[in-house]
Write a protein that binds this ligand. Structure first.
Ligand code: NAP
Length: 281
C-alpha cells in the first residue's frame, strides 16, 4: 500500500481548493534547531508552498521564553491573514508543551492536538484530526480494506498517532485493541489482527511471526538507523500480509497530504463555510 500516489492526488485536490478559496495562510512555528524538526518543517513548508498556500516559516530561537511564545501565538490567533497554525513538537525542554498546545486557537489548530479537537474526536464528531491517523484511514479506504467488524490492533498509544487512530478505527466499526509498552504477550494480540498498525518507534518490533496470514499491516514507524530509514515492522512480514505499507513511501507522504487538507478545513472554518466544530457531521 504505497502512500505516494494517493498523497499526490490529495495534494493536487488541495491545490485546486486553495486556488478556489484564494489566500490561505499557514504558519509553521519552529522553536530552536532540532535537526529532525528542521527536516519535518522544511518538508511541510515545501508542500504547503507547492499547493499554493501563503506559508510562513516562523523560526524562534531556542532561548524563547514561554511568555514570548504564548504572545506570538496570541497574535497569530488574532491575525486575519492566518488560517492555520502548526507548532512543531517537541519544544525545547524549558517550554511547557501542554500549555502551548492549548494556546493555539482550536479552529486554527491544523495538527488537531488541542484538547477541544481531541475531545470532539473522542466523542465521535471529528473536527480537526491529526494528520497521520487521518492518512492511515485514507490509505485503508483507498485500498478498500474492510473495517466494519474487523479486528484492528494498534501498537502505540501516543496522543498524535495511536490514540486518535484507535478512535477513528472504532468509529469505522472495527473492534479495536490498543497495545503499548505494558502489554503482555504482544503477539497474542497481533496474531489476532485483521488490520495491524504499528506506531511505536522501535525498528522491526513486529516480526513476521507476529502477523496473521492475510492481515493488512500499516507501518507508521519512522526510525533513523545506520541502515537508513526503517519502520516498526520487519519488511519480511509483507510476504504474509495481504497488503502492507512500505517505509519510506507509505504513511509518511499521507501525513503531509492530510496536514494540507486540514489547513483547507481551517480556512473554511474561518470563512464560515464550515461551522467549527460541528462540520463533519
Ligand atoms: P511515541 O509518542 O514515542 O509513542 C510510542 C508508543 O509506543 C507508546 O504508546 C509506547 O507505550 C509504545 N511502545 C514503546 N515500546 C513498545 C513496545 N516494546 N511494545 C509495545 N508498545 C511500545 O511515538 P509516536 O509519536 O506515536 O511515533 C511512533 C512512531 O511513528 C515513531 O517511529 C515516529 O517517528 C513515527 N511517526 C511517523 C509519522 C509519519 O508520518 N509516518 C508521524 C508520526 C510519527 P507507552 O505508552 O506505554 O509508553
Amino acid at each position: 500500500m504505497k502512500g505516494k500516489p494517493l498523497a499526490d492526488r490529495i495534494r493536487a485536490e488541495v491545490a485546486e481548493e486553495v486556488r478556489a478559496i484564494g489566500h490561505i495562510g499557514l504558519v509553521t512555528v519552529l522553536v530552536g534547531d532540532d535537526p529532525a524538526s528542521e527536516v519535518y518543517i522544511r518538508l511541510k513548508h515545501k508542500a504547503a508552498v507547492e499547493a499554493g498556500f501563503d506559508a510562513t516559516d516562523l523560526r524562534l530561537p531556542t532561548e524563547t521564553t514561554q511568555q514570548e511564545l504564548l504572545d506570538e501565538l496570541a497574535e497569530l490567533n488574532e491575525s486575519d491573514d492566518v488560517d492555520a497554525i502548526l507548532v512543531q513538537l517537541p519544544l525545547p525542554s524549558h517550554l511547557d508543551e501542554e500549555q502551548v498546545i492549548r494556546a493555539v486557537s482550536p479552529a486554527k489548530d491544523v495538527d488537531g492536538f488541542h484538547p477541544m479537537n481531541a475531545g470532539e474526536l473522542y466523542l465521535g464528531r471529528p473536527a480537526i484530526v491529526s494528520a497521520t491517523p487521518r492518512g492511515v484511514m485514507a490509505l485503508l479506504e483507498e485500498h478498500q480494506v474492510e473495517l466494519d467488524g474487523a479486528r484492528a490492533v494498534v501498537i502505540g498509544r501516543s496522543d498524535i498517532v495511536g490514540k486518535p487512530l484507535s478512535h477513528l478505527l472504532q468509529q469505522a466499526n472495527a473492534t479495536v485493541t490498543l497495545c503499548h509498552s505494558h502489554t503482555r504477550d504482544l503477539e497474542r494480540h497481533t496474531l489476532d489482527a485483521d488490520v495491524l498498525v504499528a506506531a511505536v518507534g522501535v525498528p522491526a518490533l513486529v516480526t513476521p511471526d507476529m502477523v496473521k496470514t492475510g492481515a493488512v499491516v500499516v507501518d507508521v514507524g519512522m526510525n533513523r538507523t545506520e541502515a537508513g530509514l526503517v519502520g516498526d515492522v520487519d519488511p519480511g512480514a509483507a510476504e504474509l500480509a495481504a497488503a502492507m505499507t512500505p517505509v519510506p513511501g507509505g504513511v509518511g507522504p499521507m501525513t503531509i497530504a492530510c496536514l494540507l487538507q486540514n489547513a483547507v478545513r481551517c480556512a473554511r472554518y474561518r470563512r464560515g463555510d464550515l461551522v467549527y466544530p460541528a462540520s463533519s457531521r
